[in-house]
Design a protein around this ligand. Structure first.
Ligand SMILES: *Cc1c(COP(=O)(O)O)cnc(C)c1O
Length: 507
């Protein structure tokens, strides 16, 4: 399987090449030249002996379908992380609620869906670097979940160094502790005095900085990336869509070939793109429901066919992993539907004018696969409270946006009678204060203008409250964070980022 760029291609690349060097020519992204196809026979093969088939079997089979240029041994090693570092034997368990199924993508070590791809990805990147005798630096700006998952997967891995930059006061306490308690020698965590945008633009400037590039060269270090711009992440985000379908089959919840709808809390559109690719490969998915929070650029794109950043600024919400205005993976979907020339045109318009608009026909094509909705914080809190009370199921604030989208679209008659899977992207323990406020009802229907005020209750106390009042138990890896030694806390002004990183790579 070869990969081409969404904005033109110099030469086609292999899977391992696009993992190591994820940026395609002209600012584009790499996509598979052609998606592999599967049919019912393929699904039946798993269905027939699901008792002996595990998540890893399906993952291995999908990687083979893509004909990735990795040794079998390396593939096995990477997939072994699902066995060793996830705390559920299904890896992605499906929970049945009254009207739909919840697929829990957060049973990995950092309790959010980023582990699904980053766990195997870390093994692969490090091994490829070793095989080539090369050293790589991964720079990650994080608003909360990518940072911990990136640090976790590269912990003490050879030939890889990681620098993780987060806004000092912009993440949840649990997320911050997950980062600053890391003590791997190959990792550096920088908390900057600024917000996520500052962290991201500091990184962007750094990548253009001549002195920085020279230092990298002198120290024989190349740059890679672990965000969902890297196709190495996307491929693992295709797998669980297959898994969930096969699981429903083997539990006799659906019949072979029966179409289902999936609902996905979306930010950078990586998870949703995985569903789209799975559908294109032949998985019987009907509608992919995109759920946003108040930063609803994806909702506008899918509903009205326009991507308009001109009058928008980022709004802080209780679902921070979805607080995104420039959703990178939309480009891969646009390319798949409308081709290279149109992608270039639209992306250039977005970059230059902060705006693009699809034709009516183009919008119709998007609506064949997608439908969207968004939730305010008040609506998400109402959902969290109601499901805790009526279904005894705790939703995190991201997953709550998806449940709201499902309920709303269903009620409006915009979804048919297909069975529905809602993808749950984080465990409640990562956002305990928001859950606490949702449950106690203090803030329902209030827009969160004063998010800061909410830190009135600490994560630790919120977790304790929830454990005491509901039949929930936070996992050990979250609880132990509160007693762990802080070994990697470096709070710096953003002007000092370059200096800190240079010093780190020289050592
Ligand atoms: C990253 C993340 C998302 C958004 O996923 P995308 O693939 O970027 O759309 C949603 N929820 C949580 C909890 C996340 O960490």
């Amino acid at each position: 399987m070869k990969f081409i760029g969404t904005r033109g291609t110099d030469e086609k690349k292999s899977f391992s090449e696009v993992i190591l060097n994820p940026a395609a020519p002209n600012g584009g992204l790499y996509v598979p030249e052609k998606l592999p196809k599967i049919d019912e026979r393929y699904l039946l093969k798993f269905f027939d002996d699901m008792n002996t088939k595990t998540y890893r079997h399906i993952a291995r089979s999908i990687l083979r379908k893509f004909k990735v240029d990795l040794d079998d041994d390396l593939i096995e090693k990477s997939l072994y992380t699902y066995l060793r570092n996830f705390d559920h034997e299904d890896v992605v368990p499906l929970v049945r609620l009254k009207n739909f199924y919840v697929a829990e993508l957060w049973h990995g070590p950092t309790r959010a869906f980023k582990d699904m791809a980053l766990q195997p990805f870390g093994v692969i990147l490090s091994k490829l670097a070793q095989q080539r005798g090369e050293n790589y630096l991964i720079l990650a700006a994080t608003s909360g979940d990518t940072g911990p998952a990136t640090l976790k997967t590269f912990e003490n891995r050879e030939n890889i160094k990681v620098v993780c930059i987060y806004p000092h006061e912009g993440t949840s306490e649990v997320q911050k502790l997950q980062m600053i308690t890391t003590d791997a020698k190959n990792e550096k965590v920088l908390g900057i005095l600024g917000d996520f945008d500052d962290a991201q633009s500091a990184l962007k400037n750094l990548l253009k900085d001549e002195e920085f590039k020279k230092t990298l060269q002198e120290n024989d270090i190349k740059l890679s990336a672990a965000n969902s711009v890297n196709f190495g992440r996307i491929i693992f985000q295709i797998v669980y869509h297959f898994w969930s379908y096969i699981r429903l089959l083997s539990d006799y919840e659906i019949e072979m070939g029966e179409k289902i709808d999936v609902v996905i809390p979306s930010g950078n559109f990586g998870n949703a793109l995985g569903a789209y690719y799975a559908k294109k490969m032949g998985l019987p998915i009907d509608k992919i429901v995109i759920a946003s929070n108040k930063n609803n650029v994806l909702y506008e794109l899918i509903t009205y066919g326009r991507y308009d950043l001109r009058d928008k600024r980022l709004i802080k919400t209780i679902s921070p992993a979805m607080d995104i205005l420039k959703s990178s993976n939309v480009e891969r979907m646009i390319f798949d539907k409308f081709g290279e020339e149109r992608t270039k045109e639209l992306m250039s318009s977005l970059e230059k004018e902060g705006y693009f608009e699809l034709t009516k026909e183009e919008l119709e094509k998007i609506k064949e696969d997608f439908i969207a909705d968004f939730a305010t914080d008040g609506e998400s809190e109402e959902i969290i409270r109601r499901y805790a009370k009526n279904e005894f199921y705790l939703l995190d604030p991201h997953t709550a946006t998806a449940v709201k989208a499902y309920e709303y679209l269903k009620e409006k008659g915009k979804l048919g009678d297909n069975k529905v899977i809602v993808y749950s992207t984080a465990e409640w323990t990562k956002f305990a204060p928001s859950i606490y406020y949702a449950l106690t009802g203090e803030d329902v229907n209030r827009e969160i203008a004063e998010l800061e005020e909410r830190s009135a209750i600490s994560d630790k106390d919120a977790i304790a409250y929830i454990e005491a009042h509901l039949k929930e138990k936070a996992p050990e890896m979250i609880l132990e964070l509160f007693n762990k030694e802080i070994t990697n806390e470096n709070i710096i002004p953003k002007e000092k980022i370059k200096e800190e990183i240079i010093e780190f790579i020289k050592n």
